[in-house]
Structures are given as structure tokens and as C-alpha cells.
Design a protein around this ligand. Sequence first.
Ligand code: C5P
Length: 282
Amino acid sequence: MLDDGTIVESAPAKLNLALHVRRRRADGYHELETLFAFAQDGDEITLSRAAAPSLTITGPFSADLNAGSDNLVSRAVAAFRGAFQVHGHQAVILEKRLPIASGIGGGSADAAATLRALARLHGVPLDSELLMRCAASLGADVPPCLLGRTALGTGRGDDLTVLEPLGGVPALLVNPRVAVSTASVFAGWDGVDRGPIIAGGSVMERARAGRNDLAASATMLAPAVAEVLAWLQDAPGVAFVRMSGSGATCFALFDSAAMRHAAAIALARERPGWWMLETSLA
Ligand code: C5P
């Protein structure tokens, strides 16, 4: 918290190291098994007490979002106020650095960071059960983003088991600047259960043995996903490549930060239209 009571909370990009879709559910969701990891970079929420509620969106992707009451940040404020009987208002600034509808949490990370900021402002413990329920009411990816730690997600993806951190692994996130709808990608899943995430081993061993079951459907909707995956696969020093969530963002993990940086420079030259983020795992 800054001296004037302003709280700055980071909303890091979420990555799915593996995402296994097991079955469709009657409620429209899908039963998943997924390995969540987090980048060290992403959006940012700045929150302070104010006479009237407001949401201001800044940053490179601000034009792609509206600041209305349906924004996940506004919905997170409303959910928190309802759950914790908060009086008074907050001014929120969202610095939008992550592309919209891109499989790396975006709106979910923003909602989770808003909840964390409000919890800090109002003295609510970050491991509060009610705070977690608020997160779950906002979407399946909000609880893992609230937790913000490497974790196994089951159920809708929001039954969470914390796993060991992957701190410092160099990562490059790449999006071909195609937005894809999560609901449409899930709707295009072929319905074949290809089995669980393996139970034993390290997080990276489990991720390597796994897959992203939404990649085929996302590639049908956004063929550039295949191009991104192929480009990353060929980069020198690459240790792991996968699409995240429902796409279209893909990521590569590298043996060293120097290799990651070399790949980023080559990518900027060869594919100037693609978005990328040089970061490390949290
Ligand atoms: O929960 P959230 O609003 O983030 O989910 C967006 C959409 O993604 C859902 O409406 C649903 O179509 C799909 N989804 C799903 N199964 C999950 C998570 C999300 O089908 N486990």
C-alpha cells in the first residue's frame, strides 16, 4: 500500500502447462484437469478509496475493453462489496497489457487482482473462504488467479491443489493477434476423453506427459495457432511449447534467459504483427 492508501496489485498472465478436457457437464461447463502456472508479468490494478465508483482503463489493449458494469473488474468490485458488506467507493485503474480473449487469464487475472486489492484495503485475509467464493462466482479461472500459484485444477478447473513453484523459468508468450471466444473453443472440443494428467513426478514432468485438448478446436477457429506453435518449436534453446487455455496465445519455456531473448528478437523481425511478452514463470 502506498502512503496515500493506494494499492497497486499485479495481475499476472496465467498459463496452462497442460489442459485435459475429460467430459461435458450438464451445466454447460467441462470437467477439466489442468496445470496452472503464472508469469511474473501481466496487467496491473491500482485501487484507492473514492467518493464515487470509477473504472479507468489504460495501457496498450485498453481500446479493446469497455469500462462498463459488465467488465470483470467492475463485477469483482460488486461481488466483494456484496460479500463483505463494504461501504464507501473505490476508484480502480486497470493497466491492460495482455491481449483480450487470448487464453492467458486476462479478465480473470484482473478480477482476481481487484479482489486481492480490495481484501488488502479492507483487512480481509487473502486466504478467506468467502473471498475464494467471490472469485468462483466470477468465472472458473478467477480462483486459480486469486491463488496465483502453480496448481493442479480439477472440476471446472477451480478445485485447486497447490504444487511446487517453477520460479524463474524463462518464458516467451506469443499471440498472433487473433481473439478467440473461450465458449466457442470449448464448443468445438471433439468430446474424446484422452485421459488424466499423470499423478506422479514433478510439475514439468507431468506437463510434458500432458497436452492441451483445446488446441485442435482453437486451431480450427484461428489457424495461426499452428503457425505460432511451429515457430516456437523451432526456436533454439526451447525446452517446452504449448498453447495456453483456449488460445490463441502459445508459450515457450527456454533453457536460458539469453535464448529467450534471442527468440524474441528473431520473432519481432520475422513476425512483426504478433504480440509477445518476454517474462519468467513465477
Ligand atoms: O467461467 P468462465 O466465464 O471464465 O468460462 C467461460 C466459458 O468457458 C464458459 O461459459 C464455458 O463455455 C467455457 N468453460 C467450460 N468449462 C470450463 C471452463 C470454462 O466449458 N471448465
